[in-house]
Write a protein that binds this ligand. Structure first.
Ligand SMILES: *[C@@H]1O[C@H](CO)[C@@H](O)[C@H](O)[C@H]1NC(C)=O
Ligand SMILES: *[C@@H]1O[C@H](CO)[C@@H](O)[C@H](O)[C@H]1NC(C)=O
Ligand SMILES: *[C@@H]1O[C@H](CO)[C@@H](O)[C@H](O)[C@H]1NC(C)=O
Ligand SMILES: *[C@@H]1O[C@H](CO)[C@@H](O)[C@H](O)[C@H]1NC(C)=O
Length: 297
């Protein structure tokens, strides 16, 4: 008879447990927006690393954090909570102060990393999209609530039966999401693991009728792809640089934050936050290959 000492097995479980919790990451994301609105300090490590639209910032007040006054759609939260990487990302519509003292809607996508065990924020990567940041800008087209495809479990996606549904590990969620980015780069749709109704919505604007349409117009190198993934919902979040932008001067690229809902092994919907940048901008963040979590399943 095989016996396992109960204490030894409990110890194994706790050592194997992930370093952050969904609740801890979710709370940190909530607090980012709450602190921005109320102009309270954030709970960060002393040498927190911050970027805003691709550039390093020493001070939070040099980021959109300083201008956010309200949330336009508080119940709209496209997000990925990654307990293995101790990171989370969220995309929503804020209201921000503008240059004439008024307020305007602006899109915000933020990725943050926590120190181990839901500790203080160690990384903050903000992408802010105001009117004029990109050709696509439709803050009025966002839903009031998070669409179910983004907040439902991988195991029970809307419209599917449990028996048909593949629940993917972290690496596979990312691999499926990355097939779309490979398609952007190659201009070919064949390898994209897209579901039959896969939509891509950029800054609120629905692009075409299917996410795999029109890839041949793009064919840009897409570099510095960095990914996290939500095991519960199957939502992958990728931050990357498109070395090109449609109908823009040759030195222009897109900074892109892609929230990709993967259900049953296929891409069901993509919500992208994109802002023009210098095409040759360098990412200020480490490549995934240098991260300790890269091989975690
Ligand atoms: C805050 O808004 C003002 C007015 O539009 C603008 O000049 C400034 O650049 C904004 N700050 C940031 C960090 O976006
Ligand atoms: C600032 O926002 C107000 C609305 O609150 C708007 O009327 C005004 O045109 C905006 N100013 C600029 C420069 O966009
Ligand atoms: C963006 O600004 C332009 C004017 O520069 C205005 O015509 C347009 O309505 C604005 N869009 C939004 C969504 O506010
Ligand atoms: C997910 O979104 C749906 C549709 O907006 C909403 O009814 C539901 O309450 C949300 N569920 C969770 C767990 O947030």
């Amino acid at each position: 008879m095989r016996t396992v000492h109960p204490f030894a097995s409990a110890l194994f479980v706790s050592l194997a447990a992930t370093a952050c919790t969904r609740k801890g990451i979710q709370t940190a994301l909530d607090n980012f927006f709450l602190a921005a609105i109320t102009k309270q300090p954030l709970f960060t490590i002393p040498d927190v690393k911050i970027t805003s639209n691709g550039y390093s910032q020493a001070n939070l007040n040099n980021t959109p954090y300083a201008n956010i006054t309200w949330l336009e759609r508080p119940e709209f939260k496209i997000q990925a909570l990654d307990v293995i990487a101790c990171q989370g990302a969220r995309y929503t519509v804020s209201r921000q102060k503008n240059s004439t003292g008024g307020e305007e809607p602006a899109l915000v996508s933020v990725r943050l990393a926590l120190s181990d065990n839901d500790g203080p924020i160690s990384e903050l990567e903000i992408l802010n999209i105001k009117n004029g940041s990109h050709y696509f800008f439709r803050p009025d087209r966002f839903e009031d609530r998070t669409p179910a495809i983004f907040n439902s479990s991988q195991a029970f996606p809307p419209g599917a039966s449990l028996l048909q549904t593949a629940v993917l590990p972290r690496k596979d969620i990312i691999a499926v999401a990355n097939t779309y980015i490979d398609g952007v780069q190659s201009g070919k749709s064949e390898g994209v693991k897209a579901g039959p109704t896969c939509r891509r919505i950029s800054n609120g604007e629905i692009e075409g009728t299917k996410c795999i349409e029109g890839l041949e117009q793009l064919k840009w190198p897409v570099e510095q792809r960095r990914w996290i993934a939500d095991l519960e919902t199957g939502v992958a979040f990728g931050s990357m640089i498109f070395r090109g932008a449609l109908q823009m001067p040759d030195d222009t690229g897109d900074l892109a934050n892609e929230f990709i809902a993967v259900k049953d092994g296929k891409i069901r919907e993509i919500r992208a936050a994109v802002a023009y940048s210098k095409k040759d901008i360098n990412a200020m963040w480490p490549e995934d290959t240098t991260r300790s979590y890269v091989n975690a399943s």
